[in-house]
Ligand binder design. Structure first.
Ligand SMILES: Cc1ncc(COP(=O)(O)O)c(C=O)c1O
Length: 479
């Protein structure tokens, strides 16, 4: 494709994207396809001849669009918001269009230096101290694997340079809670600690926040048994209920035992753009590493995960590689991001943040977050005031965990498996209808429903419509 052919096809595609975004509210929220349907619609053999952009767009429309769950839909309340601001989409297109290669500072100085500046702008915008230095990963999962490797290498005195963990006499232990995202357990396993060496510390039965005294006790027990406490992962905004572990108290314990403290604020990081919410991660300055996803609520399209550390020297010592073919005269004077994480090659992700911040403006972003927090409080009030509905966890941010408990034939509230069946039935009907989408999830062994508010297009009217849908869905079933 020549640049002129690209120009023509590109204009057609941009028009298509703009029209597509406009009609998202008319599409079903959850993809209405059967497993394998998309696969079967595609030719088994690759094409032999080139197609036109119009042929391709026709297939995009007829085959691909039906297979997209519309997370940009204003009635999407599932998982967590995964906003993709059109400003950041432009940044993504600019990144791809320039076709840069990020393997060293020399391979694209602008990629390195814009990333430095974006991480620092984001540090300032979330009120973090100047000692934090950041980089952009694809996801919070990769950031957590990196953090766990940093924890392992600090506690094992750089075992990677010798026999690795196989040469360490005592097991290294990591602490978190059962509420932490599944990526935490995965990171602990992939970093070589082993699932047996991940301790789930007791939580408060209502807030689901880690109990610092239980953490202290577990560390003491491990020390007495000759094990080595190596890492703590503190969740600020868990996936299930947005529970907030007490970072300040946990940091005191981490520092006392010289244990690496990683803060996972994948979702809640966006709230830290609002000064009035920063008390939620009070103590964060005492942590060793921190990750959050602007690609969630803040709206900088996937994949934009920020990873910060204070001790860059340790990070580089663990991650550094220095093959001769990548050496240049700039070495020692520039940041080499290949030494700040696992991959060598990197995309020009900072452009997404740059476009997002410059074209949206931080105050508009903050206003949107405050709108969502206000809508969440409104929704919470409706649920709390309605008979038969329960709110199951505190609501520090924009996710409300609910259940409806109807009375059975004996006029007593239904319980146990009957309640599970009932919950999955009403939420399943809403999701299947395509009118809205919510994530059912298990809390304390029973199904409940998470309502996560924060899609860019979701207004108070949409939230009010959701509340009507919920009530209609249960009233058509009760009895
Ligand atoms: C609290 C929390 N941590 C980590 C993750 C993993 O995020 P990612 O998809 O960027 O790996 C999620 C995903 O929703 C999350 O909610």
């Amino acid at each position: 494709m020549t640049p002129d052919e690209f120009r023509n096809a590109g204009h057609v595609l941009i028009d298509w994207i703009a029209d597509y975004r406009l009609r998202i509210p008319d599409l079903p929220v959850r993809a209405q396809v059967e497993p394998g349907q998309i696969h079967r619609s595609l030719p088994e053999q690759p094409p032999q001849a080139a197609d036109t952009i119009f042929d391709l767009l026709a297939d995009l429309e007829s085959i691909i669009v039906p297979g997209v769950t519309q997370v940009q839909h204003p009635m999407h309340y599932g998982w967590f918001p995964s906003n993709a601001s059109l400003a950041s989409v432009l940044g993504d297109i600019a990144s791809s269009g320039m076709g840069t290669l990020g393997i060293s500072w020399e391979s694209c100085p602008a990629l390195t230096e814009l990333e430095e500046v974006m991480c620092d702008w984001m540090r300032q915008l979330t009120g973090l101290g100047a000692r934090w230095q950041g980089t952009i990963h694809d996801t919070a999962s990769t950031a957590c694997v990196t953090a766990m490797i940093l924890a392992r290498e600090r506690a094992s005195e750089f075992s990677k340079n010798g026999a690795g963990l196989q040469g360490v006499a005592s097991p290294l232990v990591v602490y978190s809670t059962a509420q932490a995202h599944s990526s935490i357990a995965k990171a602990v396993q992939l970093a070589g600690f082993g699932a047996d060496n991940l301790r789930f510390i007791d939580e408060d039965s209502y807030t689901r926040a880690m109990l610092p005294e239980a953490l202290s006790a577990a560390i003491r027990q491990d020390l007495e048994a000759g094990r080595i406490p190596a890492g703590i992962v503190c969740s600020v905004g868990t996936t299930g209920t947005t529970a907030i572990d007490p970072v300040k108290d946990i940091a005191v314990i981490a520092n006392q035992h010289k244990v690496w403290l990683h803060v996972d604020a994948a979702m809640a990081g966006s709230a830290m753009l609002l000064p009035e919410y920063r008390h939620l991660w009070q103590g964060v300055e005492q942590a060793d590493s921190l990750a959050w996803n602007p690609h969630k609520w803040m709206g900088t399209i996937l994949d934009t995960a920020l990873f910060y550390v204070k001790d860059v020297e340790h990070l580089v010592r663990v991650m550094s590689t220095n093959p001769t073919y990548l050496r240049s005269t700039a070495d020692g004077r520039v940041t080499q991001y290949r030494d700040w994480g696992i991959p060598l090659g990197r995309r020009f992700r900072a452009l997404k943040l740059w476009f997002h911040l410059r074209l949206e403006g931080i105050e508009a972003i903050r206003e949107r977050l405050r709108r969502d927090l206000g809508n969440t409080q409104w929704f919470l009030e409706q649920v709390e005031a309605a008979e038969g509905w329960e709110v199951l966890a505190p609501v520090p941010l924009q996710t409300v965990c609910i259940r409806h408990v109807p009375k059975g034939r004996d006029n007593q509230p239904i319980t146990g498996e009957a309640l599970d069946e009932y919950t999955l039935d009403w939420v399943g009907r809403i999701n299947a209808s395509g009118n809205a989408f919510l994530s059912p999830s298990v809390l304390d062994g029973r199904w409940m429903v998470r309502v996560s508010i924060g899609v860019e297009e979701t207004t108070r009217e949409h939230v009010a419509r959701l509340w009507e849908l919920l009530q209609a869905s249960i009233s058509s079933h009760v009895g």
